[in-house]
Write a protein that binds this ligand. Structure first.
Ligand code: AMP
Length: 281
C-alpha cells in the first residue's frame, strides 16, 4: 500500500494502473476510520482492481465555529486499518495541495443542497461537491462509494455526477451501526459516556417513526411532530432538524405515499449528529 500526498504523483500512480486496464474504485473520506468507512472499502475492494482511499479534512465544508481544527486525525491508525482491507493507495493531500492560494472555483448543486443540513450549515455542500469533483478529476475512478448515513450528501453527489456527465458510477452503501444502534461516526469520539447514552435517541426515534407509520400515521407533519416530541424527552438532546422528505427530491412530504426518508440532525451536548432511515409503508 502506498500513501501519496501530491496530486501529480497520484495521477502517475493511477495512470500506470489504468494503462494496465485496471478498474479503479475510490472511497473519499475525512479519515479517523471506523467500521462504516471499512464497509465501504471492503465493498469497493471486491468491485475494483485498484482501490484508492482519500483522506482529506476539507476546510471549505466546515462553517465558522465548526470543528475543522478539532476534527480527529490519525493517519498511522488509518493506514494500519486500510492495509488490512487491502487498499492500494491512500491519497492524503495537504490543504495547500487541494486549494492553492489562487484557488477560485466552486461547485453548487442547487435545490438539493438548500434544505436539511444545507439550511443549518450554509456552504457545507458547496464545499463537499467541490472537493468530491476535484477528487474525481484527480483519481478518475470507475466507481465511487458513499455511505447512506450522509443521505443528503449521497443524493447531491449522484445529482452532480449526472448533471456534469461524470464518467463514474456512484455507489451508495448502508449505514453501519454500533451494536446498540447508534450510527457510526468519527464525531462519536466527542461524546462523554453520558452523552453517548443520550445519543441513542437518534436511532430510537427513527425506529419509533417506522412504528408510527405502521400504525397508520402517514402525515409527514404528524410524523415530524411526534418524532420531535420523542427526541424532546431526552434532556441532553437539542433538535437541529427533523424532516420527512421524498427520497430523491428531498422535498418535504405532506403525506407518505409509499416511501420517505426521515432525516435527523440533533445536538447532543456540543456534538451535532445526523441519522436517517428509509420509511416504507
Ligand atoms: P467521513 O469520513 O465522515 O466524511 O465519511 C466518509 C464516507 O463514509 C462517507 O461516504 C460517509 O457517508 C461514509 N460513512 C460515514 N459513517 C458511516 C456509517 N456509519 N455507515 C456507512 N457509511 C458511513
Amino acid at each position: 500500500m502506498r500513501v501519496l500526498y501530491a496530486i501529480n504523483e497520484t495521477r502517475e500512480f493511477i495512470a500506470l494502473a489504468r494503462g494496465g486496464g485496471k478498474s479503479i474504485g475510490l472511497v473519499p473520506t475525512m479519515g479517523c476510520f471506523h467500521e462504516g468507512h471499512l464497509s465501504l472499502m471492503r465493498r469497493a475492494r471486491e468491485e475494483n482492481d485498484l482501490l484508492v482511499v482519500s483522506i482529506f479534512v476539507n476546510p471549505i465544508q466546515f462553517g465558522l465555529g465548526e470543528d475543522f481544527r478539532e476534527y480527529p486525525r490519525d493517519l498511522e491508525r488509518d493506514a494500519r486499518m486500510a492495509q488490512e482491507v487491502g487498499i492500494d493507495l491512500i491519497f492524503n493531500p495537504s490543504v495547500e495541495e487541494i486549494y492553492p492560494e489562487e484557488y477560485r472555483t466552486y461547485v453548487e448543486v442547487e435545490r438539493l443542497s438548500a434544505g436539511l443540513c444545507g439550511a443549518s450549515r450554509p456552504g457545507h455542500f458547496r464545499g463537499v461537491a467541490t472537493v468530491v469533483l476535484k477528487l474525481f478529476n484527480i483519481v478518475q475512478p470507475d466507481r465511487a462509494y458513499f455511505g447512506r448515513k450522509d443521505y443528503q450528501q449521497l443524493k447531491i453527489i449522484e445529482r452532480m455526477a449526472k448533471d456534469l456527465d461524470l464518467p463514474v458510477e456512484i455507489v451508495g452503501a448502508p449505514t453501519v451501526r454500533e451494536p446498540d444502534g447508534l450510527a457510526m461516526s468519527s464525531r462519536n469520539t466527542y461524546l462523554s459516556p453520558e452523552e453517548r447514552k443520550a445519543a441513542l435517541v437518534l436511532n430510537r426515534s427513527l425506529e419509533h417513526a417506522q412504528q408510527l407509520l405502521d400504525e397508520g400515521i402517514t402525515s409527514g407533519e404528524e410524523l415530524r411532530r411526534r418524532v420531535e416530541k420523542f427526541i424532546g424527552r431526552e434532556p441532553l438532546a437539542r433538535i437541529d432538524h427533523v424532516a420527512v422528505v421524498h427520497p430523491e427530491t428531498l422535498d418535504c412530504l405532506a403525506e407518505v405515499e409509499d416511501e420517505a426518508v426521515l432525516a435527523l440532525a440533533v445536538r447532543i451536548g456540543g456534538t451535532r449528529l445526523i441519522d436517517n432511515v428509509l420509511l416504507a409503508r
